[in-house]
Design a protein around this ligand. Structure first.
Ligand code: V47
Ligand code: SF4
Length: 388
């Protein structure tokens, strides 16, 4: 995106009032976020978010873009739930359902470890025999054999399911899993918090208040967690803004979210395409930008290249994202629904992409400790469109 230093928002610009607030570091309102989504001047929206990203990054880190060397590991694709958008655990495909033994999970983890990964992102469907004892064993075996690997595992939906299976509370589940080696929680399973959308999509699992409360408990117990929002499932702009506001309120209460990841639905293998509007590239860039601007208490926003594709993920970096997620040895959920992005990215390629987009690649660990700042020369990136 070509942003011009000279370009300022004139007083007549529809975003002039919002720009004043952003430049003064003031919190944006629901109406502001709806106006940002409704604005046709995509460059101005992106420029504001880029400004907010730089402010949040802090001095000397304004051009840092983070990534991690990691793998995804999905122990089962069988799911007791039937969310209509999910082709990963589709009931019609139950004959293809799998459930790995702990030994098989270990084989996969060793494969990643041999390639030098530092994080396993482990999530799966809701399978009655993948209970808390199963996950305790998986976590203990990984910690004992591969102690240098951080386990970012189990969404709030899975924690809720494990609690119901065992007849115990969320806190007890989390305490036991932390004791077995759980290091942090990913942000999946939030979808869109609005009940009408959830009901149309047959999302019966973990409603908003429970999803948020589980993250609150995790934060109290010292875990860092992430948060997501899935778009392209029949949601309105207001639904998205309200989703973000619920996350912001939870973060005010418990403070342990480190990253927000906007997700986009892929439709292969589901029957929802004709009744929803597929987000255009501009919509996805606005999800990134508006989340950066509204979630003023979230340290990081991720451009999930697996779903955005590499080119749009690069562009999202100048719309407020400061993280490209991971190198990801294998991804099943979006690929089951038709994503065609390659399944593995070498660290070198990841760094090239970030540098080409004008930023400094920074390898991080799961909780954003810096592993290495790349020496690749970043292409000069123009200043944000909005100046003081
Ligand atoms: O929760 C389900 C979504 C999520 C489809 O925390 C679909 O760092 C697209 O949460 N098309 C899993 N998406 C992915 C996720 C995630 C990804 C990267 C990083 C992190 C993190 C979290 O995928 C699910 C659901 O919302 N999903 N079906 C589909 N057809
Ligand atoms: Fe199960 Fe998650 Fe798929 Fe819903 S989105 S069917 S809870 S795996």
């Amino acid at each position: 995106m070509s942003l011009s230093v000279e370009k300022r928002l004139p007083p007549s610009h529809p975003l002039a009032g919002i720009a004043d607030k952003v430049l003064a570091g003031k919190r944006l309102s629901r109406e502001d976020a709806v106006a940002l989504y409704g604005c046709d001047d995509l460059e101005a929206v992106g420029g504001l978010a880029e400004y907010a990203r730089r402010q949040k990054a802090g001095p000397g880190r304004e051009r840092y873009v983070y990534y991690i060397h990691n793998m995804h590991l999905n122990p089962t694709n069988y799911c007791a739930e039937t969310c209509r958008f999910c082709s990963y655990a589709n009931p019609d495909e139950r004959s293809k359902a799998y459930r790995w033994s702990v030994d098989r999970v270990m084989e996969e983890a060793r494969r990643g470890a041999a390639l030098g990964i530092r994080e396993i992102h482990m999530v799966g469907g809701l399978h009655p025999s993948c209970d808390i004892n199963y996950y305790e064993e998986v976590l203990r075996r990984i910690r004992s054999e591969l102690p240098h690997i951080h386990m970012k595992a189990l969404t709030a939906v899975e924690i809720d399911y494990l609690a119901r299976l065992a007849g115990i509370g969320h806190e007890e589940v989390l305490v036991r899993l932390i004791d077995a080696g759980l290091g942090s929680m990913p942000g999946g399973g939030a979808e869109i918090f609005d009940e009408a959308v959830r009901s149309r999509m047959k999302v019966k699992k973990t409603p908003a208040a429970v999803w948020l409360s589980i993250h609150g408990v995790a934060h109290r117990l010292g875990l860092k967690t992430n948060a997501t929002m899935l778009t392209g499932i029949g949601e309105s702009v207001e639904n998205k803004v309200d989703h973000l506001l619920l996350l912001r309120e939870q973060q005010d209460r418990s403070g342990g979210f480190q990253c927000f990841i906007p997700l986009k639905c892929y439709y292969e293998g589901s029957d929802i395409k004709d009744e929803v509007r597929e987000p255009a590239a501009e919509d996805l860039l606005k999800d990134v930008a508006v989340s950066r601007l509204l979630l003023d208490n979230f340290p990081h926003i991720k451009a999930y290249w697996i779903q955005l594709g590499v080119a749009l993920a690069q562009r999202a970096l100048s719309f407020g994202a400061d993280d490209m997620d991971g190198t990801i040895l294998e991804e099943k959920i979006t690929h089951a629904a038709g994503a065609r992005t390659p399944l593995q990215m070498a660290k070198d390629r990841m760094e090239d992409l970030i540098a080409e987009a004008g930023y400094i690649p920074v390898e991080r660990d799961t909780v954003y400790n810096i592993v290495q700042v790349s020496e690749r020369p970043a292409e000069p990136v123009p200043s944000p469109a909005v100046q003081r």
